[in-house]
Design a protein around this ligand. Structure first.
Ligand code: AGP
Length: 372
């Protein structure tokens, strides 16, 4: 009903708008005033976490994109090897797991059959399973060794938005917690990351306040046949997520690529007027990546692409090559997906609306996929 939508036309719009609160609720009580992580609910003994020799993260769809981002954070912050796999592939390739493996499943619903089956398989191999889940009392958290709930609140729209942002938060928390328990030597970078993580609700709010040009842009592209998304590092899964949203909602051909792969094939797709969305990593920190993506933008633009560039405030290097520039607040490199994904959600939602599609209930899709 209209009341349930809080005055928004669609649940998806309401859920996009709820993201600052969803992120704040998922952080609530989990970072102490001393900057230490408190995840007491993760009932896996510290000793077990200290002995973990690899992390394997399993999920489907949007939750899989959160898993991909988690890998960058876990390996960089804790130096524990981390694999990420689609749940539907995982179980059928005879994966190597034992009691020193920590398997993390990520699921909004907690009922996705592929992920549930993979989780069961992991437990049978003796791995410890931590479920990151948004639905209280659903099957995955009930069967897992431990659970870290995301507090996005009920997500009704088929396209996942606020659940995704809270999954990212949960992944960052797990990564930081793992490092804390294992006594990983951390410098100022982590102190800064924890502070900035706590400030993410306001950063997401800032992005939401500046979305009008993105809506206009989406409308102007409603007759495009195809849109490409490019990113590097954590921007790569963000690009995949932007493409998935556009497929689901606007029924358009959309693909996400690692920008470094362009010259290995996808650049052949570039033609006059093709919209190419580029997620630009922060120019601070890993600036090599930043410079590389700037040349990728130049390359596609030289071949006629219409470039839509998502870049940090103050990043002036991208300006000459951006046909459209979408600004996001500066964040630590690994946290950027929390702000970079938001314009892509708005873009897909708006483009779908412009095409006259029903955004909450896209064709052929179910909110939770309980069949294999
Ligand atoms: C997201 O927009 C999708 N509808 C879909 O990819 C979803 O993320 C996937 O089916 C996994 O669902 P889950 O998080 O409930 O396990």
């Amino acid at each position: 009903s209209a009341a349930e939508k809080d005055g928004y036309d669609y649940f998806m719009l309401k859920e996009i708008a709820e993201q600052p609160k969803a992120v704040a609720d998922t952080l609530l009580g989990r970072i102490g005033t001393d900057g230490r992580l408190h995840l007491d609910e993760v009932r896996i003994p510290d000793q077990v976490l200290r002995e973990v020799d690899k992390v394997v993260i399993i999920a489907c769809g949007t939750s899989f994109h959160a898993a991909m981002i988690a890998k960058y954070a876990i390996e960089h912050w804790t130096r524990v090897p981390c694999e990420v796999e689609l749940a539907s592939e995982f179980r059928y390739r005879d994966p190597i797991l034992d009691k020193q493996s920590l398997v993390v499943t990520i699921s909004q619903s907690g009922e996705t059959m592929d992920t549930l089956m993979a989780q069961r398989h992991a437990r049978e191999q003796g791995a410890k399973v931590l479920a990151i889940c948004n639905t209280n009392g659903s099957t995955m958290p009930r069967e897992a060794d431990a659970v870290l709930y995301t507090h996005a609140g009920p997500e009704v729209a088929v396209a996942s938005t606020k659940a995704f942002l809270t999954q990212l938060v949960a992944c960052y928390l797990v990564a930081l917690y793992l490092g804390q328990v294992r006594g990983t030597k951390w410098g100022d970078e982590i102190t800064e990351v924890i502070e900035q993580l706590a400030a993410m609700p306001e950063q997401v709010e800032k992005v939401l306040d500046t979305m009008e040009p993105v809506r206009e842009l989406a409308h102007s592209l409603k007759d495009a046949n195809s849109v490409l998304f490019l990113g590097r590092h954590v921007g790569f899964p963000v690009a995949l997520e932007g493409a998935l949203k556009l497929k689901e909602l606007a029924y358009m051909h959309a693909e996400g690529f690692a920008a470094g792969e362009l010259k290995h094939g996808p650049i052949a797709l570039i033609e006059e007027g093709l919209p190419v969305v580029v997620v630009v990593p922060s120019p601070r920190g890993r600036s090599v990546l930043h410079d590389k993506i700037v040349s990728n933008i130049q390359e596609v633009r030289a071949r006629g692409a219409r470039t839509i560039v998502i870049a940090e405030e103050g990043d002036t290097a991208v300006e000459p090559y951006a046909d459209h520039l979408i600004r996001i607040p500066a964040t630590p490199v690994l946290l950027q997906p929390l702000v970079a994904t938001v314009p892509l959600q708005v873009f897909a939602c708006e483009l779908a609306t412009a095409k006259g599609h029903e955004v909450d209930q896209p064709r052929n899709l179910a909110k939770s996929v309980t069949v294999e």
